[in-house]
Write a protein that binds this ligand. Structure first.
Ligand code: URA
Length: 285
């Protein structure tokens, strides 16, 4: 932080940045260059330290009120009363939904019992305009402690997989079906999925990725609304609400069953081809 600001203002800026970080917003730009808007990979994005230098001075506004859960469905209601907004205006609101709005609506969520055991809500992380979204099941202990998805052992493997695709974590968006850690890392229960998944759907609708990769059965079954086992459709291209969707094995499964990494790598190469990323050269032999 430059020293030209008074200490009290510096503190306010730091508080505000911490607040944004809690919301999962970690990059700030005063002016978005052409490479950073739209659906371009952001491999050339400036590093966060560089970006911090570019932050516009926030007005010294009072601290935001603590986030409260809104007792409403995750989507804004469709108002059809003649005096209310027209259906098209309402759809515009849905269309213009942002990750910030969605995080604010989630608030300090108590919609299911998972809130009782959580330390931090794990909302999601990455590029809000990503072409590629990874969806996991739910936070584990490391994610619950840090408030970030896929930062434990399985997360390190996911990061390696993303880098093997020629991308960085900051190019993609990573989130989970449930935003709070299930106890003992059990699978989330149907009521927990039902309470949380509308926020996942809104995240996807806001990002509008070209490709969604479901990591494991919980993500695939939730998004596709199916009870079919993942092995019946793993590695196949599916179409879901205008997005290409691929289900593959969860990195935690790969830690227990390393030979399955080859299947996942085949799946990810299909994703790379779809996104126009350079495929690794086949070795001769
Ligand atoms: N497993 C998940 O499904 N999500 C995480 O964020 C971490 C581990």
């Amino acid at each position: 932080m430059p020293e030209r600001f008074p200490v009290s203002l510096q503190q306010k800026i730091e508080d505000r940045l911490r607040y944004y970080e809690d919301l999962g917003i970690r990059l700030f730009y005063t002016d978005r260059g052409p490479g950073l808007v739209g659906h371009e990979p952001v491999a050339s994005a400036p590093s966060p330290t560089h970006v911090i230098e570019e932050i516009a001075l926030p007005k010294p506004t009072p601290k935001p009120a603590p986030l409260k859960p809104t007792p409403v469905a995750a989507y804004p209601p469709l108002v059809v009363a003649p005096t209310g907004p027209s259906l098209f205006e309402t759809m515009d609101k849905v269309k213009d939904d942002t990750l910030l709005n969605i995080r604010e609506d989630l608030g300090d969520c108590t919609r299911c019992k998972l809130h009782k055991g959580r330390n931090k809500i794990v909302f999601g992380d990455g590029n809000p305009k990503a072409q590629l979204v990874f969806v996991g099941e739910g936070p584990g202990a490391d994610e619950d402690a840090q408030g970030l998805p896929f930062v434990g052992r399985a997360g390190k493997l996911l990061t390696q997989m993303i880098e093997a695709m020629g991308l960085q974590r900051s190019d993609v968006y990573i989130c989970n079906v449930v935003k709070c850690r299930p106890p003992e890392n059990r699978a989330p229960e149907p009521e927990e999925v039902a309470a949380c998944s509308p926020f996942l759907m809104r995240q996807i609708d806001s990002i509008q990725p070209k490709v969604i990769v479901c990591l494991g059965a919980t993500a695939a079954k939730t998004i596709l609304n199916t009870t079919r086992g993942i092995s019946q459709f793993r590695g196949e291209w599916l179409e879901w609400r205008g997005h290409k969707l691929m289900a593959t094995y969860h990195p935690a499964y790969l830690l227990r069953n390393p030979p399955a990494k080859a299947d996942v790598w085949k799946d990810l190469q299909k994703v790379m081809a779809e996104l126009g990323l350079q495929l690794p050269r086949k070795s001769k032999s």
